[in-house]
Design a protein around this ligand. Structure first.
Ligand SMILES: [Zn+2]
Length: 269
């Protein structure tokens, strides 16, 4: 996924310091004493095990876990959206024709037009965008495209729904993919867009903890992978022609992570 608007890179050292500060600030009157106490100083910071995205989904890493909290989806069916090309080139060097692997076509969603409730927390849909080929793979296989619906709660925590897009009947995403703006070109407005139609009717998901898939690769992102949706062959070809070298990050190591399935997962592609 990409994240253009919020930049949540928190250095590990700073994070560790914050935890220590929190742990030692519960009794302010004795803070000075505690700071001088060797017992309060961690001997070493535990080594961080990377939890990066995307990942390759293998059966052996999937755990079926009935009773997981469900995504309660509130997406508008009639909303105007704007599509723009996300450029990461320096305009001074005339990079408008260099379609880098961390660039994409992104759709801005009006505030409040879409949100998810999960375990009592509201995550607002802030944008969605596309990658080719899919960033997540199943047994090493890619879908032609993957759509990322990026949500954020009031504290900035991210929840991303990844939807594999495969060739088939036209879907709502074709209304975006059929008329993509050029890099450095004007955004394109699409009226009366149905956000709800972007998600498959099958509510089955795989969920895991990962990261942004573009710089700064911040972790703490809750990922939900759905079963595939279809778009036309023409849309797939059109997006590929814009990114002939692709705009996907390679698979990252699971490092012991599991993917949790809320029902029997059969969403391979
Ligand atoms: Zn993405």
């Amino acid at each position: 996924m990409t994240d253009r608007r919020t930049f949540l890179a928190i250095p590990v050292v700073a994070l560790a310091s914050a935890v220590v500060a929190k742990a030692t600030s519960s009794t302010p009157a004795s803070a000075a004493t505690q700071q001088q106490s060797p017992q309060q100083i961690p001997q070493q910071v535990p080594q961080q095990i990377p939890q990066q995205s995307p990942v390759n989904v293998v059966r052996s890493a999937v755990r079926v876990q009935p009773g997981l909290p469900q995504l309660d989806v509130h997406y508008s069916r009639h909303v105007p959206v704007g599509v723009h090309y996300v450029s990461k080139d320096d305009p001074a060097t005339g990079g408008c024709s260099v379609h880098g692997t961390e660039e994409t076509e992104e759709v801005d969603v009006p505030a409040g037009a879409g949100y998810i409730n999960l375990s009592g927390v509201r995550y607002d849909l802030i944008q969605f965008h596309f990658h080719t080929p899919s960033e997540h793979t199943f047994n090493g296989r890619h879908a032609p495209l993957e759509m990322h619906l990026v949500h954020q709660d009031a504290t900035g925590r991210k929840l991303v729904i990844g939807v594999p897009l495969v060739e088939g009947a036209a879907g709502e995403a074709d209304r975006i993919l059929s008329r993509l703006p050029e890099e450095c070109g004007e955004p394109i407005e699409v009226e009366d867009f149905n956000l709800r139609a972007l998600l498959p009717a099958n509510p089955s998901t795989l969920r895991y903890n990962g990261s942004l898939t573009t710089s700064p690769y911040s972790e703490g992102v809750q990922w939900f992978l759905t079963v595939p949706k279809t778009v036309t062959a023409k849309s797939i070809a059109g997006f590929r022609s814009l990114f002939p070298d692709g705009d996907s990050r390679p698979s990252q190591a699971l490092n012991g992570r599991h993917l949790l399935a809320d029902v029997h997962w059969s969403g391979h592609w």
